[in-house]
Design a binder for this molecule. Structure first.
Ligand code: 13P
Length: 317
């Protein structure tokens, strides 16, 4: 081979390598991340990252675009029921990953299984989720410890974050029913010491709307848990309807992740109801699903923004 031909071959090989590297970098830019780093930053910076549960494409698009617009890290929560609704966890992971790429989402995004069973956790790990929650709160503490220990090892080997729960969260979410107990701080320490990334401790919080006679969050319990678990980022479930001052106090006491589900559903419902009650679906092409679902999608965006403002995570990506 002559000198020029060799030079051409070498140059082509170098170019291919560069393109491959650039593609890899580009790909990484839109990849899901574990929730570990974003939650440690939130804990240290005294703000909380929002977990917003998703149900379909519109939900996901609204949450991702708001997070990107506000430069905020975000966690997309998927309950087992919502996963099933969307035809399975593989569909969810593929949809979220593709949307991040198509929408050029560069803020940190974790795709997280919410209140997972042991079997659900395994499925989500296989499907490509970047974070999972094992809810062993209804199990005897020994069994919760045994299963959590195994999942800690699996998650570590895949670089995923793992949330554990102690003391069932009250109310009902997608068939997961809890009594609303306050967690035992000693049990929290036992689970935290297993090496989970974050811990959800029941502190009188409830999924869904709070009843009028709700006594409020138990800061006494939160303080006692924090004292036992040290630096572990804490998770507050049942974010819908908790007054702002209580949210802020919880963040000051170590809460670094707050879950919101019902509030986005209620906002979507109210906006969709208004559109139909005003007869807008009957005018022109108002029946087009892209028009019919648009007010609800906008309402989710407004709710996510409002929550992110309270949580203090705007601009923290
Ligand atoms: P809400 O539905 O009360 O907002 O609770 C969400 C939640 O905790 C998801 O795990």
């Amino acid at each position: 081979m002559g000198f020029l031909d060799k030079l051409k071959t070498d140059l082509k090989a170098a170019k291919d390598e560069l393109v491959e590297g650039a593609n890899e970098l580009g790909g990484n830019k839109y990849k899901l991340v574990s929730a570990k780093e974003m939650l440690e930053k939130a804990r240290d910076g005294k703000y909380a990252v929002g977990q917003f549960n998703i149900n379909n494409l519109e939900w996901t698009k609204s949450i991702l675009s708001t997070a990107q617009e506000l430069n905020a890290p975000v966690i997309l929560g998927v309950s087992e029921g919502a996963g099933k609704y969307m035809t399975g966890f593989k569909t969810v992971a593929a949809m979220v990953q593709a949307m991040m790429e198509e929408m050029k989402i560069t803020v940190p995004v974790a795709l997280h299984l919410d209140h997972g069973t042991y079997e659900g956790c395994k499925k989500c790990i296989d499907a490509g989720f970047s974070s999972i929650m094992f809810d062993g709160s209804h199990l005897p503490i020994e069994e919760n410890i045994e299963k959590t220990t195994e999942l800690v090892a699996t998650c570590k080997s895949y670089g995923l974050s793992l949330e554990a729960e102690v003391g069932a969260i009250g109310g009902e979410e997608d068939g997961v029913i809890g009594k609303g107990e306050c967690a035992d701080p000693e049990e929290c320490k036992k689970i935290a010491d297993l090496g989970v990334t974050m811990l959800a401790a029941g502190i009188g919080n409830i999924h869904g709307k709070y009843p009028a006679d709700w006594p409020g969050l138990s800061f006494e319990t939160l303080e006692a848990v924090k004292e036992k678990v040290g630096d572990m980022p804490l998770v507050l479930h049942g974010g819908t309807g908790i007054p702002t001052d209580m949210i802020k106090k919880a963040i000051s006491l170590g809460v670094a992740k707050i879950n919101v589900n019902t509030e986005c559903q209620l906002a979507f419902q109210a906006a969709t109801r208004k559109y139909i009650e005003e007869g807008k679906d009957l005018v022109g092409k108002g029946f087009d699903p892209r028009k019919l679902l648009a007010p609800g999608a906008e309402a989710i965006k407004a709710t996510v923004k409002e929550k992110m403002e309270i949580f203090g995570c705007i601009g923290k990506a």
